[in-house]
Design a protein around this ligand. Structure first.
Ligand SMILES: *Cc1c(COP(=O)(O)O)cnc(C)c1O
Length: 377
């Protein structure tokens, strides 16, 4: 089956005895045993639930993994995957979702893990950081919010040469545009809150493992920690996935036009967008992904203009998050990256003139008109 069809029919054989077309919300905490020593397929919803199993099977097929585990948020997925490496050393992308950075630096480090952060696009640099305690490389590509791209197959090659695992956060491109497991990664992570759910209405997270053995280790931590996705949320994410390819195509088209529009503005100093031919890793993107996604960051020439844009914008919503049908704009300095130390943030260009947008599925003319009126002097 092709990807678009899988989004609708990946797990048709899991249907129930009533013949429901959609997988119902199986809102039961526990399941009745058939007899003594004869358990049902499901026993307790922290361990497994039919609605969740259906969604997990779908996501596993979309990413090409042996199994997927659905969590209550993206951060719950990252937290649970990190349990595989207790006491170990991890090399992670320096441009990373702020919550992952906070988890690694403030929580996992206090628990005895150690981290080095580097541009994971620089393979020699990553290799130089490997030590005898290193267990994994954790890459976000494209990265948040600077849109840096890492070569997934080169990282996988390096990881496996040193007996490490490669984990890729694939939230920004989704398996519709990029399939890290096919490129050699061992674990894919998602904030399902974003494009997979796609409607800004539910939090969710996923870990997808390439091998059954790795999947079982993740399932062990998932069921022990208990950050599992509730049945209704599973249903909503599954519904979102049905239209993932349609939404991603529209978002991809809209983003190309908006990035080009931004680049033409004299008040815009720099546009960060992986679809530009002069993006430093454009050729890597062409090699490993089939689209550029909907994330764009840009720097304007004054803090006043950045604030005015946020005040004046009408169709874009000034809100955290990304990946939904509605276009959003955020101020990373005050939001997603507020916990990154100021000098580090400034050094990387995440300053008071830096904004990030998540392009939605609205008509692109309305979006550029909205930006035009927000940019007015
Ligand atoms: C949002 C996000 C996360 C965290 O996911 P939540 O669902 O908000 O917990 C992790 N990685 C990336 C790239 C994200 O955008």
């Amino acid at each position: 089956m092709e990807f678009e069809t899988l989004c609708l029919h990946a797990d048709d054989n899991k249907k129930d005895e009533w013949g429901t077309l959609t997988m119902p919300v199986c809102q039961s905490a526990t399941f009745v045993h058939k007899g003594v020593g004869a358990p049902s397929e499901y026993s307790y919803s922290r361990l497994s639930n039919p609605t969740r199993a259906h969604l997990e099977n779908t996501v596993a097929r979309l990413e090409g993994g042996a199994a997927a585990v659905a969590f209550s948020s993206g951060m719950a997925a990252v937290t649970s995957v990190m349990k595989l490496f207790i006491g170990g050393h991890i090399i992670a992308s320096e441009d990373l979702y702020g919550g992952s950075l906070r988890l690694f630096r403030n929580v996992n480090s206090a628990e005895g893990m150690s981290f080095d952060f580097a541009d994971t696009g620089d393979i020699a640099r990553v290799e130089s950081l490997i030590n005898k305690n290193t267990r994994a490389i954790y890459a976000e590509t494209p990265s948040n919010p600077l849109m840096q791209v890492s070569d997934i197959s080169a990282l996988a090659h390096l990881a496996h040469k040193h007996n490490l695992l490669l984990i890729v956060d694939n939230t920004f491109l989704t398996p519709y545009f990029q399939r890290p497991l096919d490129l050699g990664a061992d674990i894919v992570i998602h904030s399902g809150t974003k494009y997979l759910g796609g409607h800004n209405d539910t939090l969710a997270g996923f870990a997808v493992a390439k091998s059954q053995n790795l999947a079982e280790q993740i399932i062990y931590y998932a069921k022990t920690i208990g950050a599992c996705l509730a049945p209704l949320d599973c249903f909503l994410i599954e519904r979102g996935i049905k239209t993932l390819p349609l939404r991603m195509d529209r978002i991809n088209d809209n983003a190309k036009k908006i990035a080009a529009w931004l680049r033409e503005r004299k008040e815009v100093k720099k546009v960060y967008y992986v679809g530009f031919e002069d993006h430093a890793s454009y050729n890597v993107s062409l090699k490993q992904s089939t689209g550029f996604g909907g994330m764009i960051s840009f720097e304007v020439d004054s803090k006043e203009l950045a604030e005015n844009i946020l005040r004046r914008i009408k169709i874009f919503q000034y809100a955290e998050s990304l990946g939904g049908a509605e276009s959003l704009i955020t101020y990373p300095m005050l939001q997603t990256h507020a916990d990154v130390p100021k000098d580090e943030r400034e050094r990387r260009g995440i300053n008071d003139r830096f904004l990030r947008i998540s392009v939605g599925i609205e008509n692109v003319k309305d979006l550029t008109d909205d930006l035009r009126q927000a940019f007015r002097q």
